[in-house]
Design a protein around this ligand. Sequence first.
Ligand code: HEM
Length: 136
Amino acid sequence: MSNAAEPTIYQAIGGDPALAAVVDDLYARILRDPELCGFFAGASMPRLKGRQVDFFAAALGGPQPYQGASMREVHRGKGICQEHFDLVAGHLAAALTDAGVTDDTVGQILAAITPLASQIVSMKPAGQLAAGQEPR
Ligand code: HEM
């Protein structure tokens, strides 16, 4: 629930326009990162950025529920390790900070996003399955 006294994180950072700018910067950082850019080689970036804005908006208390596929489905079989996830989370934190988001709020956003690793990460660095995970 949100009210005037307690805005959602989505409202506090400036809604969709602010998220669109952060997501643009996030993917610029990801595509410059040699550990990450290969994952996005065949991706339609405009579509992906739009989806990412919608996803973050919903995750941070925005007005629309996310309508896309689950994070597990979308990232299945891509061979993403915890290390890759942590790199993306680090780029997200940097993009938010550069956009003027306060450290407190960046911390809250990271706290909301980091539990998604259990749905997105499917590989150990050595290429083995993570404990208890089925091949995807
Ligand atoms: C902060 C955690 C993450 C979130 C919230 C997230 C969210 C998303 C969303 C919303 C999509 C679009 C889904 C769709 O097209 O229906 C997507 C696609 C994708 N994500 Fe992530 N993601 C995260 C982490 C990662 C990581 C760590 C990697 C790999 C290093 C990754 C690689 C990809 C790839 C390759 C696609 C598909 C691109 C395409 O072919 O269209 N994601 N992600």
